[in-house]
Design a protein around this ligand. Structure first.
Ligand code: NG6
Ligand code: CA
Length: 517
């Protein structure tokens, strides 16, 4: 690939090209390409860069960690996908937004088209913007007609191009949606989708268990069976558009390469949502049996391969020097998330939570503490950083880097120096969210307010529902085994006041029950 105009401008800003560009120097801003790779349910302990105790090998992801900034205290805002992605793409805390909870596959677009988003900001700054992979932020205005182009879609909140799984790989419709329209749809075989009722006496996982030739369900996931896998929700028709679970990774890999390669006149911003290792775990044959840890481990190897494929592409096309690659995960890990896929039995000594308590859905640490790496060849200061960083701050931080306009009244704050590895002074506090429940992190302390509700859900992950205001010291006790609120009443009081102030009007000790559907 030829050097893009943006690259030339950047090199010029760095004084690496001479005379011919010097007249443009005054207006020059550094505008590298920006890629955010967001894995789905990948745990802190699932990436080998985090230490010898990790029993799976992820050499490609490790390359970002080892050559870039490896954050040991990096967080998603939330312990589930939709709110976490909402925060990343809007720079706003999801608990301030009605309806920011795990969405059904036919839910309306969660982000208002009038909201100034991260991709809007990038577009305004001269970037072309793409969203490829998992979405899970809704589409349309409610119960979309999947047989026509659906509006509003990802392109209405700032993306020039989108090719997406509308929700999750375990939810219908099991089709790709490109720029708002279902790919490869045969108009003579229209798609119908419902999360309320089946279509006539169409077979489901319950009525026709023999259809589950690839995987059976353990909880939920008892709707329509597609490709031998039971899903959430009911779907009819659209046969030609149904995705191939085992080739989804290479499908998106190719989309990413084509999209990056098709236009070099502008820098690009890519939001790349990997579907691994979310359920159903359907690694390609290349990875089956390779991790020794069953389907979940094999799916992680596939995610690692995807990262390698992207990095190779960037390298082969001389884009590495001009591209920031950010790798992280939307929430913490889970083993049995509704399928009998052997994740629990084949785990061995592996600890996806990296020794932290809880996991996906949890207010405990493993809910939001996720793998987090930033790599920009020649620019990021390679090291391991213990700074507290949060995905919500990427928007404001990148705005500083590229000289873009970012509103100051949002929750996203500028930590560019931290993300670049030039400073290890991260956030002093943040609010964590898990299924509409909130907790406070302040320096090394975590304060979890009382919540009514079960201690675990069907996944067997601990949720963090505790009867009283509970204080932990993450430095002394990273596994959150020792409650110290009684030893430290002043700290507890100070943090409680701080929590109630930040979350004023949002803290509800008894949030509406979350249906795991
Ligand atoms: C839950 C699903 C789970 C997963 C999750 C969303 C059941 C029992 N559980 O409701 O399998 O799909 O939603 O995961 O249906 S997330 O990573 O996208 O937030
Ligand atoms: Ca997720």
């Amino acid at each position: 690939m030829k050097q893009t105009q943006a690259q030339v401008l950047m090199l010029s800003a760095l004084g690496l090209v001479t005379a011919s560009c010097s007249s443009a120097k005054k207006e020059v801003k550094t505008k590298p390409n920006v890629i955010v790779i967001l894995a789905d349910d990948l745990g802190y302990g699932d990436v080998s860069a985090y230490g010898d105790s990790v029993t799976i090998q992820t050499p490609n992801i490790d390359r970002l960690a080892n050559d870039g900034v490896c954050f040991t205290n990096g967080h998603a805002t939330s312990a589930t996908s939709t709110p976490s992605r909402y925060a990343l793409l809007t720079g706003r805390y999801p608990w301030k937004k009605d309806g920011a909870r795990i969405l059904a596959g036919d839910a309306p677009l969660l982000i208002n088209t009038s909201t100034y988003t991260f991709p809007d900001m990038m577009r305004k700054a001269g970037y072309r913007t793409g969203a490829i992979g998992k979405w899970h932020l809704g589409i349309g205005a409610g119960h979309p007609n999947w047989n026509e182009t659906i509006h509003p879609n990802a392109n209405d909140i700032g993306f020039d191009f989108s090719c997406l799984i509308a929700a999750t790989n375990d939810r219908v419709p099991t089709v790709f949606v490109e720029n708002g329209a279902v790919l490869n749809l045969d108009p003579n075989d229209p798609i119908e989708v419902s999360y309320k009722h089946n279509f006539g006496n169409q077979p489901t996982a319950r009525t026709h268990p023999e259809l589950m030739t690839k995987m059976t369900y353990s909880h939920g996931h008892d709707g329509t069976v597609i490709n031998g896998i039971p899903r959430i929700g009911f779907m009819k028709g659209g046969k030609s558009a149904i995705w191939d679970d085992e080739n989804m990774a290479s499908f998106f890999r190719d989309k990413v390469r084509t999209w990056i390669g098709q236009d070099s006149s502008k820098p690009f911003f890519l939001y790349y949502g990997l579907h691994e290792p979310h359920v159903p775990r359907t690694p390609n044959g290349m990875f089956v049996g390779k991790s020794g840890m069953g389907r979940r481990g094999d799916a992680i190897l596939e995610a690692d391969w995807v990262v390698g494929q992207l990095m190779d592409y960037l390298e082969e096309n001389n884009l590495l020097e001009n591209t920031i690659v950010i790798f992280t995960s939307d929430n913490g890990p889970v083993l049995d998330d509704g399928y009998n896929d052997g994740a629990v039995d084949s785990l061995g000594n592996h600890n996806p939570m990296g020794g932290f308590r809880g996991g996906k859905y949890s207010l405990f640490e493993a809910g939001t503490r996720v793998p987090f790496f930033v790599y920009w060849k020649g620019h990021t200061v390679k090291h391991t950083s213990d700074a507290l960083v949060n995905q919500i701050d990427l928007m404001a931080s990148i705005s500083k880097l590229i000289g873009a306009d970012c509103p100051t009244d949002i929750d996203s704050k500028n930590y560019l120096d931290v993300f670049m590895g030039k400073s290890d002074v991260g956030r002093s506090n943040m609010i964590m969210e898990a299924n509409r429940r909130l907790a406070l992190r302040d320096h090394d302390y975590v304060l979890i307010p009382p919540y009514k509700g079960p201690s675990r859900n069907g996944t067997n992950n601990e949720l963090g529902n505790l009867p009283q205001w509970t204080l932990f010291d993450m430095k002394a006790d990273p596994a959150q085994q020792v409650e110290i609120q009684d030893q430290k009443p002043e700290v507890t009081k100070r943090l409680k006041d701080e929590f109630l102030k930040i979350t004023k009007g949002y803290y509800n000790p008894k949030p509406a029950a979350i249906k795991l559907k």
